[in-house]
Design a binder for this molecule. Sequence first.
Ligand SMILES: Cc1ncc(COP(=O)(O)O)c(C=O)c1O
Length: 395
Amino acid sequence: MNEDNFLGSLYQRFPVTIERGQGVRVWDINNKEYIDCMGGYGVALVGHRNPRVVSAIKSQLDKIITVHTSLYNKTREEFLEELIKVAPDGLSNVHLGNSGTEAVEAAIKFARKYTGKSGMVAMTGSYHGKSMGALSITFNPKYRKSFMPLVEKVAFSQFGDIEALKSKIDKDTAFVIMEPIQGEGGIHVAPDGFLQDVRKVCDQNGILLIFDEIQAGLGRTGKMWACDHWNTTPDIMCLAKGIAGGVPMSATLVRPEILAAMSKGEHSSTFGGNPLSCAAGIATLQTLTEDGLVDNAAMVGRIFRDGLEKLKQKHGIIREIRGRGLMIGIEMKFEVKDILFDGISEGVLLLYSGRNVLRLLPPLVINEEDIKKVLEILDRLFARETARRNVQGQN
Ligand SMILES: Cc1ncc(COP(=O)(O)O)c(C=O)c1O
């Protein structure tokens, strides 16, 4: 018996059974070591078992694990204070949940309630989650087609095209939602000027702007927020993934007048804001700021990028390298599946983003030396893939 007997086949799975982790490394049950560029889909932001996070969780365990938000708790209070310290200007209220999808669901409801409108505009290539609301604003037809009808009044606008956006909004548009750097869609960085233009269009039309920074936020791209690359602030921002060092947690940051429009009981979460996640969240935010991890992401991200560009010159099978900081996409000229499996045998865990894109979301604690090792492995993987393609070409 193994997990597959119970879990069905919802996930693309890889034949590795991971037992433990530390920093950028994980080990399987046979004690084989891997450099983790999959990073739990971006969750292992401050590294596996970050010492500050482990110690914060341990000391919280000695106090209490669960306190519903209908009661007060000092750990939660401290977490909220820490979060607002780093939040974009004006986003001083928070709703806490447990997953990225939930952060998005809350954002949808808050925006609809505040504006009294119901229209939603999302971007082509977007990914915001798979619950019925979040799925409605997720672009990929593969995820949507079997679940119609979804939530109504969604329009998709071409990512990066401001004129397209102008044509999609109308009097009933409540909000525009976008990832400043798209993750699941294939690591696509918004063109310069786009975020500022979207902000302007929203302001001119009384439309709220929501940034989904679930994957790109919290230092991943070399700035605390991906939207900082373009000095643009949203009205609502969704966070999750690595916010609590690996423990489930999400946050929907909002301008206070938006949250004030919600009445008691109109939205809630049983687990949201539990002290265990909050303790881990405090340690995570302190690690990001005090240990200089955001700057590290920018610095080593550049080294990674330079190395990858060299590999692109060397191997003709790479189409494009994209991303910022430690959110990197390598678009290949064909499917990346074999490279992912070869990576496992070579001791590196890689992620994909659609069929042709290798995605790297390593912990922000990764250093130059480990990046060099990953580049060496990728060099070998690309050479092997080229050889495989040549043989297939001959047959
Ligand atoms: C940008 C973005 N939004 C939302 C989600 C959904 O988050 P979760 O899987 O935690 O529900 C993800 C997950 O990958 C994401 O990358």
